[in-house]
Design a protein around this ligand. Structure first.
Ligand code: XMP
Length: 508
């Protein structure tokens, strides 16, 4: 499988470089700059990422490229370009001309293969404190901006280029073209890494890896575990044993409908109703983290008890995806601060299971494309993210069966209305929260004293930051009416209008 290697120096944009390359149907790996693997013939080129460091700093990241064949194309971006210039004997300095944001790039050498089909003048995105003030002799300038003469260069006689600007960022008008010129043109990649080819090669390697062993996998109803299950199912059929646990904290009717959908897809799945246990252990707990721990512990114990019933099971499959993989080996820097919550789960310790992670190479939207190609139920494919502890952290304070039931009803009204109004797909995540206070209302001639439901709907890319959705007033009015009229125990509905930060998406 042909690939591009991205050496990560800790830039916040490293993952974006990978996304752009993957969009060309070319596979790429991100590796820390100090952990360069042996360069196999399938590596067609190397990209050096940006970095929050300065090459002038004493502990600046220094890659050892001695194992890289001289014929292999290299593209340095921002810090990568500065490092190439500095390494060759050029001068990188803090000129005071720190540049953040838009600049106009003028192409100086339209014949250079990196600048193919790039307009003579175009907008690029800059984000640098240091500047390459002088290039070594054999380096040739191929593009400049008003402030930066050496905005793009090539080392003459070598397949090595450097660009000061961030081609991977959307605001660089010809950024995609420049990256295409490098990956498809200069590196000569064919661009045939598609969901279909991924499925074919993954199924073949899973078959080989697993042989006739049995595999256990915990399904959550979410996209990742479902796609992992379908891939494994395609590879090893009934040797895959799936377990779907009902914690009693799922959405209304979710356990039965998702279980039926899994069975419909031919999966060998066992549904385990453990709701009484989860709710029992939550009694009296009000602290959010303590609730998470209780739910997580129950989940692991229930899952393990079921897994142990599968005779001779050798593997535990997990729906780990690429951002989780690189996060755990990331270079300290901006990219390393990007953290996400992981779904609850755990490895049955004394069973000594080997781990198989069929999605560890994929980004989230690639998982979705693979899922679609495998025929995953569109209902599951397009589903909003849902936290591992489920409604347990949306009933604020102590969780009781009665409160969960109230929340499930309100949540269903909200989610169904989003779908009916064609708003569901515009929203990244939505849900309802049951507040632990009661307030006064009036219904008919009667004074009521009931709970409040908060509605939450956000747009986001990765859950790290989020903004509240400007839902239409008429929509909010309809949902509020339906909840207050239809859900016993609720007499007030409010809409959360806080972004993240400073608030979070969940209330606990
Ligand atoms: P916050 O509330 O931190 O949520 O803004 C960001 C995203 O993470 C989800 N989330 C969780 N997911 N276990 C999970 O698997 C958790 O304990 C958890 N807490 C929050 C949340 O739903 C949102 O998508």
């Amino acid at each position: 499988m042909e690939r591009i290697l991205i050496l990560d120096f800790g830039s916040q944009y490293t993952m974006l470089i990978a996304r752009r390359i993957r969009e060309m149907n070319v596979y790429c790996d991100i590796v820390p700059f100090n952990k360069i693997p042996a360069i196999s013939p399938d590596v067609k080129g190397i990209v050096l990422s940006g970095s929050p460091s300065s090459v002038r700093a004493e502990n600046a990241p220094q890659p050892d490229l001695s194992g890289v064949p001289a014929s292999l194309p290299i593209l340095g971006i921002c810090y990568g370009a500065q490092w190439l210039a500095w390494k060759g004997g050029g001068v990188v300095a803090a000129t005071g001309g720190r540049e953040y944001g838009r600049a106009i790039l003028s192409v100086k050498d339209g014949q250079d293969p990196l600048m193919k089909e790039v307009a003579p003048e175009s907008q690029v995105w800059m984000s640098h404190g240091d500047t390459i003030t002088s290039l070594p002799e054999s380096y040739k300038v191929i593009a400049s901006t008003a402030q930066v003469d050496n905005a793009a260069f090539r080392i003459e006689g070598k397949p090595i280029w450097g660009i000061q600007f961030h081609a991977e960022v959307h605001h660089s008008e010809y950024g995609k073209q420049i990256l295409r010129n490098f990956v498809l043109g200069i590196c000569g990649c064919a661009g045939n890494w598609t969901p279909a080819s991924f499925i074919e090669s993954t199924v073949a390697s899973l078959k080989e890896q697993i042989g006739s062993d049995k595999v256990v996998l915990g399904l959550s109803g979410g996209v990742d575990s479902s796609v992992a299950a379908l891939l494994l199912h395609k590879a090893i059929g009934s040797q895959l044993h799936c377990i779907f646990v009902d914690s009693g904290l799922l959405r209304k009717d979710e356990f039965t409908t998702v279980l039926a959908s899994y069975k419909g897809m031919g999966l060998n799945v066992k549904g385990v109703d453990a709701s009484a246990r989860f709710l029992g252990n939550l009694a009296g707990i009000t602290d959010p983290e303590a609730k998470r721990k209780s739910i997580g512990k129950d989940f692991v114990e229930v899952f393990n008890a079921e897994a142990e019933k599968i005779e001779d099971v050798r593997w535990l499959a997990q729906g780990t995806i690429y951002p989780d993989v690189i996060e755990s080996s990331a270079v300290p820097g901006a990219s390393a601060t990007i953290k996400s919550h992981h779904n609850v789960g755990g490895l049955p310790k004394d069973m000594k299971l080997k781990i198989v992670e069929p999605l560890r190479l994929l980004f989230k939207d690639e998982v979705r494309r693979v899922g679609a190609a495998l025929g995953l139920d569109p209902e599951i494919l397009g589903r909003h993210p849902f936290p591992g502890p489920g409604l347990g952290i949306r009933v604020l304070g102590e969780v009781t069966a009665e409160k969960v039931a109230i929340l499930q009803e309100a949540d269903k009204i909200f989610i169904d209305a989003l779908k009916r109004w064609n708003l569901y797909d515009e929203v990244w995540q939505a849900g309802t929260i049951l507040l632990p206070i009661k307030s006064v209302g009036v219904m008919g001639d009667e004074r009521t004293y009931e709970y409040t439901i908060a509605l939450r709907a956000v747009t986001s890319v990765d859950g790290m930051t989020a903004d509240w959705v400007r839902l239409p007033y008429d929509f909010l009015s309809e949902v509020s009416d339906k909840i207050v009229r239809g859900v016993k125990g609720v007499n007030r509905v409010v809409y959360d209008i806080c972004s993240k930060p400073p608030a979070t998406i969940e209330w606990e």
